[in-house]
Design a protein. Structure first.
Length: 131
């Protein structure tokens, strides 16, 4: 049997353009919303073309001491320059960047998945301590 985990790729986001980057904007505090920025291609830009693009980023939270992860959100990037005039002729493209806010009750790990239409699934995680 094949497992999804067998197909996840990971690397240092500073050296690999496909890895989702997770950034907290400020300290996380129990019961208070904290801004989370998600992106792909921070250090090395990822192409945003009809042929090669990031399709989505998904965000999860694994609370400390709990068995399961919580799915926090899915962020789709649906415009890649496609057009009736041809590939890359469209008037709009999505950048794989999103800002959201989460309220956490426990410390744990934020986990992110990104999907490149050519290079597959990539993952990253960020430990979160609560102040």
């Amino acid at each position: 049997m094949s497992s999804l985990g067998d197909h996840l790729q990971t690397a240092d986001w500073k050296a690999e353009k496909h890895v989702p980057v997770i950034e907290l904007k400020g300290p996380a505090k129990k019961g208070k919303a904290v801004q989370v920025d998600l992106s792909v291609g921070v250090e090395i830009p990822h192409p945003h073309t009809t042929e090669h693009h990031i399709r989505y980023i998904k965000l999860f939270f694994k609370p400390e001491g709990e068995k399961f992860v919580v799915h926090l959100g899915s962020y789709l990037f649906e415009a890649h320059g496609e057009s009736v005039a041809g590939a890359n002729q469209g008037s709009a493209k999505c950048e794989p960047v999103v800002t959201t806010a989460v309220t956490l009750e426990k410390p744990g790990h934020l986990l992110a998945l990104s999907y490149c239409n050519i290079h597959g699934l990539w993952e990253n995680s960020l430990p979160v301590d609560l102040a």
